[in-house]
Write a protein that binds this ligand. Structure first.
Ligand SMILES: Nc1nc2c(ncn2[C@@H]2O[C@H](COP(=O)(O)OP(=O)(O)OP(=O)(O)O)[C@@H](O)[C@H]2O)c(=O)[nH]1
Ligand SMILES: [Mg+2]
Length: 302
């Protein structure tokens, strides 16, 4: 299957609708079962680590035997509300060159740095017939833990000499990564950084069984991209969490993120004088909104 131009446009429109869907829209429209057809590979790591460059090359390589799509999440600027367009430009060039379906998504209100309604967006990619979806996350805060619930294989990208890895260790991130990539390995210190990471990993108890392999990669070295792609295949073959566990993880994430979004809407909709009351009363009033209508935009809930 290769999507023709019309199918791409249709999918693009469907993704836009889903990305902008309110909590109520999702409740009304979404399938009960989150989709689980395509393989899902998450690529995460700090800003500028080379995630987009790596995803681009991986997608090109992996699309030789399978239909591969990319969802790339851009940070939404808190000031303008617009996503930074860097990824879009880089990725669109890639898409044009190799006919890979690439979609940039703004992280919008999602508190975890993923895009709103990402489970629905992934389900739409499943329905469109992709065999594999690469998800590039925004590299901040707790996003890595959130994306863990939605992908089978999670690749953590770091760069030599940045101190990123120490931060990632502190955040407990290495415990959830399946593969660790020291990227920009053409820069000095990469091999040493990989050795340090391996030493550090030996001291960390792994939440998910085996210790993640540590690989070097560089966009200047096609063999390193091939090796990374193979390591992803190996992890996929090892049968990451199993389809039942994945469905449960995804369903749990989906419900939690909808409730969190609704909670934010409800708090924003409370009148200013609501906050003059004792805290316990403010809390009870906000929680009661869930029961009334679930929707702050619905007058019944006001
Ligand atoms: N030397 C070197 N530079 C690289 C490599 N990969 C990416 N870069 C450069 O690093 C910069 C950031 O690359 P991106 O791919 O945009 O990184 P990113 O992690 O997607 O960045 P954000 O999405 O903004 O967080 C760009 O200037 C790339 O050209 C590499 O292997 N070696
Ligand atoms: Mg990027």
């Amino acid at each position: 299957m290769t999507l023709d131009a019309a199918a791409r446009r249709r999918l693009g429109r469907a993704l836009t609708r889903l990305a902008n869907a309110s909590v109520d829209d999702v409740l009304a429209l979404a399938a009960d079962e989150p989709g689980t057809r395509a393989r899902r590979i998450g690529v995460t790591g700090p800003p500028g680590a080379g995630k987009s460059s790596l995803v681009g090359r991986l997608a090109t390589r992996r699309s030789q035997g399978a239909e591969v799509g990319v969802l790339a999440i851009d940070p939404t600027s808190p000031r303008t509300g617009g996503a930074i367009l860097g990824d879009r430009i880089r990725m669109d060039e890639l898409a044009g060159a190799h006919e890979i379906f690439v979609r940039s998504l703004a992280s919008r209100s999602a508190a975890d740095g993923l895009a709103d309604n990402l489970p629905e967006l992934l389900a739409a990619m499943d329905a469109a017939g992709f065999d594999e979806v690469l998800v590039e996350t925004v590299g901040v805060g707790q996003v890595e833990h959130a994306v863990r619930a939605l992908v089978d294989t999670l690749v953590l990208v770091t760069v030599p000499g940045s101190g990123d890895f120490v931060q990632a260790m502190k955040a407990g991130l290495v415990e959830v990564a399946d593969l660790i990539v020291v990227n920009k390995a053409d820069l000095p210190g990469a091999a040493q950084a990989a050795a340090e990471i391996r030493r550090a990993l030996a001291l960390v108890p792994q939440a998910r069984g085996a210790r993640p392999p540590v690989l070097l990669a560089s966009i200047q070295d096609p063999a390193s991209i091939a090796a990374l792609s193979l390591a992803i295949d190996e992890h996929q073959r090892a049968g990451p969490a199993g389809p039942t566990q994945r469905r449960t993880d995804c369903a749990r994430y989906r419900l939690k993120s909808l409730i969190e979004r609704r909670a934010g809407e409800i708090v924003r909709a409370l009148p200013d004088d609501a906050f003059d009351r004792p805290l316990a009363e403010q809390y009870a009033r906000a929680v009661a909104q869930f029961a009334v209508s679930g929707s702050p935009s619905n007058p019944r809930g006001a």
